[in-house]
Structure formats: structure tokens, C-alpha cells
Design a protein around this ligand. Structure first.
Ligand code: HEC
Length: 248
């Protein structure tokens, strides 16, 4: 009984797998085009068809042109943020800025980041009048499309984060130009030169928590980029000429 059952099961299974295999075979052999193959059917001889004009992939309609391009309907840079800004958004901007922009533009936006000190073109400080007056759409556009020697960061930084970075740059600009009268008494007391009336407690607190990072490099940039001797291709003190061919 058990033996005959097993035999029957085996037969059923064998038949089923034969049918399934045959079925798979049909699918496998059906007429189709493989990617990048030739077609005799289409006039241009290509099997791959171009997108129909006006085709938009799901989720990429990007109707909000101000948000996605930083431009208004006339194509001019927008002057107001297309997003609402709160502290969490600024902190996000600070974090992204420190990752993607500070290496060249410096933590305070003075254009003296580490890459620059190793020989890359020095960007303008964000604290020059022209960039303080630049519309927010311009900064968004620079991140999206690059600017002169600066490559774009469109693939690394998504639109919302570009606005967060832009907002943080505005905060940095304000931090270097804020009128003394608008600071809280605590903050005012920390400003060098405005701190003559400091209490001993305040002085102690300031010493314990300096206003800028305790990095002696932070403000004291060498007149020449401090490239360690022997780094190929670098310019600056002690650099030796690269034996690689110059890239044009
Ligand atoms: C690899 C170095 C580098 C990085 C990283 C970098 N930049 Fe720049 N940036 C430059 C240089 C160089 C210039 C000046 C380009 C020129 O004038 O040819 C510049 C210029 C700018 C300007 C000024 C444009 C103007 O109108 O003069 C802005 C704004 C700016 N960058 C924003 C950013 C932001 C935001 C990030 C981060 C997402 C960033 N940059 C990352 C190198 C860099």
C-alpha cells in the first residue's frame, strides 16, 4: 500500500514537473528583444524605444518649480524660501553643510576649508556683500548645477536638504554680521571686544566652552597651503612636482 502510494506520488510529481518544465521552456523561448539589440521592425533599427515626449516617471513630476529649481515662473532666482524653517531644519542644514560644503568653504563659510588649504581653488567667503545679498534661489542653484570650478551636488544632496543647507548658510552669514544689539546678553558677553564688563563666572564659562572650536588651525591659516612635503601633485610648501602627466 505504502509502496504503491509512493509510486503514484512519484508519477504525479514527475508529470507535474514535466508540464512545468515544458511551460517554462515556452516562456523562455518566446519572441522578445534583449536590451540594446537591433530591430528590423522600427525604422531607426533599434529595439530600445525612446520615451514618448512628455513622459514623466512616477514620483518625478516636480511641479513645484520654486522648490525643485529655486526659480520663479519668469526663471529668476527666488528670494524667499519655498519651505518653512525651524530649528530642526537648520540643524539638518548644519549637518549636511559640514559634510558636503565645509571641506572647501570652511565651517564658518570663509572659504578656507581643508581642501582649499591643500591647493583647490579658494571659493569666495559667504560673508562678502554680494553673497549676503544673493537670493536664496542662487545658492540652491549653485548646489544643484555647480558654479565655475565647483561641481554640482545634485546627486549627493536632495532638494529638501539643499534648502536646509541654504538656510544654514543664511544663519552663518547672519552669525558673522549680526548687530550686537540683537544678541542676548549672554551671547553678547561672548563676543570678543564687547566683553569688557564680564563677570568672573562668565569668563570662567567662556574659557570652559570657547565660542569657536579649540582647533588652533581654525583661524590661523598659514600664508601658503601647508602641504606636507612629498605629496605628489599638490602645490604649496614642501610639495614636489608630480610625476603624473598634467591633466588638462
Ligand atoms: C570641492 C570644493 C567645494 C565644495 C565641496 C563645495 N564648493 Fe561651493 N565653491 C567652490 C569653489 C571653488 C567656488 C568658486 C567657484 C568659481 O568661482 O569658479 C564655490 C562657490 C560657491 C558659491 C558662490 C557662488 C557665487 O555666486 O560666487 C556658493 C554659494 C557655494 N559654492 C555653495 C556651496 C555649497 C552649498 C556646497 C555644499 C553643498 C559647496 N559649495 C561645496 C568649491 C566647493
Amino acid at each position: 500500500m505504502i509502496a504503491s502510494f509512493n509510486l503514484r506520488t512519484a508519477l504525479v510529481l514527475a508529470t507535474a514537473s514535466f508540464v512545468m518544465a515544458a511551460c517554462r521552456q515556452d516562456m523562455h523561448d518566446q519572441p522578445k528583444y534583449k536590451p540594446q539589440r537591433v530591430s528590423e521592425f522600427f525604422a531607426d533599427g533599434r529595439a530600445g524605444r525612446p520615451e514618448l515626449e512628455g513622459t514623466i516617471a512616477r514620483g518625478t513630476l516636480n511641479e513645484d518649480t520654486a522648490f525643485y529649481s529655486g526659480k520663479d515662473a519668469a526663471g529668476d532666482d527666488i528670494v524667499e524660501f519655498p519651505v518653512s524653517i525651524d530649528k530642526a531644519f537648520l540643524l539638518r542644514g548644519q549637518q549636511r553643510y559640514d559634510i558636503y560644503c565645509a571641506p572647501c568653504h570652511g565651517r564658518i563659510g570663509n572659504g578656507l576649508g581643508m581642501i582649499v588649504r591643500r591647493g583647490f581653488k579658494q571659493p569666495p567667503s559667504y560673508h562678502i556683500d554680494r553673497l549676503r545679498a544673493a537670493p536664496v534661489g542662487h545658492i540652491f542653484d549653485v548646489i544643484s548645477n555647480g558654479y565655475g570650478a565647483m561641481l554640482n551636488y545634485a546627486s549627493q544632496v536632495q532638494p529638501r536638504d539643499r534648502w536646509a543647507i541654504t538656510a544654514y548658510i543664511r544663519a552663518l552669514q547672519y552669525s558673522q554680521n549680526a548687530p550686537l544689539a540683537q544678541l542676548s546678553p549672554d551671547a553678547r558677553a561672548k563676543v570678543p571686544g564687547a566683553s569688557t564688563a564680564l563677570s568672573p563666572e562668565m569668563r570662567a564659562a567662556m574659557a570652559a566652552q570657547p565660542l569657536v572650536p579649540n582647533d588652533s588651525d581654525f583661524y590661523n591659516f598659514p600664508a601658503e597651503p601647508a602641504t606636507p612635503a612629498g605629496v605628489p601633485g599638490a602645490i604649496g610648501v614642501g610639495a614636489r612636482k608630480s610625476n603624473q602627466p598634467e591633466r588638462k
